[in-house]
Design a protein around this ligand. Structure first.
Ligand SMILES: Nc1ncnc2c1ncn2[C@@H]1O[C@H](COP(=O)(O)OP(=O)(O)OP(=O)(O)O)[C@@H](O)[C@H]1O
Length: 240
């Protein structure tokens, strides 16, 4: 069974429109969504999370039609572009937050998230304030919070854009490890070819609200005839 199936999705935001767009992500697959700024990547992620209204189409997660479901019932772990952490709460309070909202006590939520905290090496940081954390540490906390509810699908919107190359490489390695550990299908928006090469099983390229390429990155780089793809990856001297 596929982890995510998007069929004939269309949506609007102001003057911008997306679609009709179809995309399938397999069980345990790490799928990276790329494209120039303003091509509709974040809108698509928000539609899958249930945070943006769609006009047509269906969204299925592990076979269940979630098109009409509220975000909290979709089983999606979402890391937004800015991480979305609560600055006034400690690291641990941030991580357990989604479980507290669902009615668990703090102790239950702490026990439930212990494995994720341990896997991401966050135990020494649990009592720290968000304010003093490095960019990489914040990204790990945001990731732990997204994993807290044991999602069926992980969605990451440019989670590493504020990091320098070594930190990005380290977190990418960590991401891959966690993703494989939990066999979690992942949809990850990124702008970095190096990042996409490091983590992806499959890649999609968006342009003007359309998904213009999907497949293995190496083949897209070698074979795509789309000018927008060639510009995105600076192929044949085409520049951004
Ligand atoms: N609420 C909104 N109202 C009006 N226009 C919107 C709204 N949300 C998004 N848009 C427009 O839709 C287009 C696509 O936005 P989106 O955030 O999906 O781009 P993106 O591909 O994620 O870009 P980036 O890589 O810069 O994050 C943009 O032109 C944006 O200005």
């Amino acid at each position: 069974m596929n982890a995510l199936e998007i069929k004939d999705l269309s949506m609007r935001a102001g003057l911008f429109s997306v679609g009709k767009l179809s995309l399938t992500i397999g069980e345990g697959e790490y799928f990276t969504l790329m494209g120039h700024t303003g091509s509709g990547k974040s809108l698509l992620l928000k539609a899958v999370c249930g945070l943006a209204r769609i006009e047509t189409g269906r969204i299925r997660i592990h076979g269940e039609d979630v098109t009409e479901l509220e975000p909290r019932f979709r089983g999606v772990g979402y890391v937004p572009q800015d991480g979305g952490l609560f600055p006034h709460l400690s690291v641990q309070r941030n991580i357990v937050f989604p479980l507290i909202v669902r009615g668990l006590s703090f102790d239950q939520a702490a026990a439930e998230t212990a494995e994720v905290v341990e896997t991401l090496g966050l135990t020494p940081l649990l009592d720290r304030a968000i304010r003093g954390l490095s960019g990489g540490e914040r990204q790990k906390v945001a990731l732990a919070r997204a994993l807290a509810c044991r999602p069926r699908l992980l969605i990451l919107d440019e989670p590493l854009c504020s990091l320098d190359e070594p930190a990005r490489y380290e977190i990418c390695t960590e991401l891959c490890r966690v993703q494989k550990r939990f066999n979690l299908a992942t949809l990850h928006v990124c702008h970095s070819r190096a990042e996409a090469e490091q983590v992806s099983d499959g890649v999609g390229v968006m342009h003007g609200g359309q998904l213009i390429e999907t497949g293995v990155l190496k083949e897209i780089l070698e074979e795509s005839g789309h000018e927008a793809v060639q510009r995105l990856f600076n192929i044949n001297g085409a520049t951004l």
